[in-house]
Structures are given as C-alpha cells and as structure tokens.
Design a protein around this ligand. Structure first.
Ligand code: DC
Length: 222
C-alpha cells in the first residue's frame, strides 16, 4: 500500500531533511513545496514584480515552469536555482508571496496534481490542512526558535556563509509570525496530525518516531 505523507511546521524545523530521509526509506518522492514559493519570489524579483502585487504574480506563475530532479535540485524555467532561492531575502520574499490567495491556488493545484498517484511526501505549511487533507500520515514538526536558529547557524558555518546571529533569530521569528497569522491557509497543525518536537532530538530519532507511525499504519519499508 502506497500512501501520501504530509509534513508541516515552521521554518528551519527540519522538515525537508526528515522528508528526504523518509522518502529514501520508503522509495517515495519528496516534494519541497516551500521551494515552489521561493521560485515565485525569485522570479518576481528578477522581473521587477512587487511581492505584494497579487495580480501580476498570478499572471507570472502561469508562464513559469518549476521542475525538480531526483537529487532535489530545483529548476526554474530550466535554470538550476537550488542555491539562489535559499538566501535570507528570498526566504522573506517566499513568505510574502505566499500570503496571496491567487498565488496559493496556482501552486496548491500543481502540488495536488503531482501527488495524486500516492507515494509522495510533501513538506510545507498547509499540506495536512489544505493540499493533502486526506494524507494517510500527517506530521507536524516543531522546534523551539532557539534550536532552529542554532541549526541555521551550523548550516551557515558548514557552507562558509557569513551570518549575523541576531538577524537569523529575528528572521525566524518574523517568518513564523507572518506564516501563522496570514489570512489564507496559515500554518497550523491539522487536527489529525501527529506533533513531533525536534528541539532535543536527532534526525534519526525523529525518523524513528515516524517509523513507529508507519508500522502502526502497516506501511512496509526496508
Ligand atoms: O519551507 P520554506 O522555508 O522553504 O518555505 C518558504 C516560505 O513559503 C514560507 O515562509 C511560507 C511559504 N510556504 C507556504 O506558504 N506554504 C507551503 N506549503 C510551503 C511554504
């Protein structure tokens, strides 16, 4: 039996890392829906479209192509933008463009099309509540703001990227607020989601908790 899995939660809670690990375990495909909102913000910036201009953004999306390869690289209109969409500026931009209903409607439809044959793990903010309301397994992955900031900092050090600790914490808090308080599909836990707090857990410990849920559902994996 192939199922769909929804993983939602605030930024930097480890959703993508966990989703990738679970996809490998199950032989499923992973769709990083945040990357799609990031592509919208990136392309808008390149074309001089205001992140607040809902009409122009919706028009722009009709002519944009987003693809993923097996390694999780992201292609926007055939250009590899995997790294370019991960800057702080584009993170805030993605959060801004995601407030608009018309932007959400376009991307949600695409996400539902992709996942319709099951065997998908989608991570984002509204997967369990909107995109895959009927997902067989829903995880709500949280972590304290300080734990999330520490992880971001570690990642920046590893990649040799300059950072400002206070800015990182402020960005996480600002994005949490914006994503949780917007009018359309704000980040919230689906009623039937299982909450996992990863603040004091390793990646493997989180995966092990998810394995327990897969066992409960009778899903077979290696
Ligand atoms: O997961 P992420 O940090 O890459 O997401 C970037 C932004 O996109 C996030 O701040 C809110 C938005 N987003 C959303 O509204 N719905 C999703 N399903 C995924 C992301």
């Amino acid at each position: 039996m192939r199922i769909n899995i929804a993983i939602d939660g605030p930024s930097a809670a480890g959703k993508s890392t966990i989703a990738k690990k679970c996809a490998k375990l199950l032989g499923y495909s992973h769709l990083d829906t945040g990357a799609m909102y990031r592509c919208v913000a990136y392309k808008a910036k390149k074309e001089g479209i205001d992140w607040n201009d809902e009409e122009k953004l919706a028009e722009m999306i009709k002519n944009m192509k987003i693809d993923f390869d097996k390694n999780g690289n992201v292609y926007l209109d055939h250009e590899d933008v995997s790294q370019k969409i991960r800057t702080n500026d584009i993170s805030m931009g993605a959060s801004s463009v995601s407030r608009h209903l018309k932007v959400r409607e376009c991307l949600v439809e695409l996400q539902q099309q992709i996942a319709k044959n099951k065997g998908y793990i989608l991570d984002g903010r509204d997967i369990g509540t909107v995109v895959l309301k009927d997902a067989e397994l829903k995880i709500y992955l949280v972590a304290s703001a300080s734990a999330r900031a520490e992880r971001r900092i570690k990642e920046y050090i590893e990649k040799g990227i300059d950072f400002d600790r206070d800015e990182i914490i402020k960005d996480i808090e600002r994005r949490d607020y914006q994503d949780m308080h917007r009018e359309h599909s704000p980040l919230k836990k689906a009623e039937d989601a299982i909450e996992i707090d990863s603040s004091d857990l390793t990646i493997d410990e989180v995966v092990s908790k998810i394995k327990n849920e897969l066992d409960r559902l009778g899903v077979v994996y290696d």
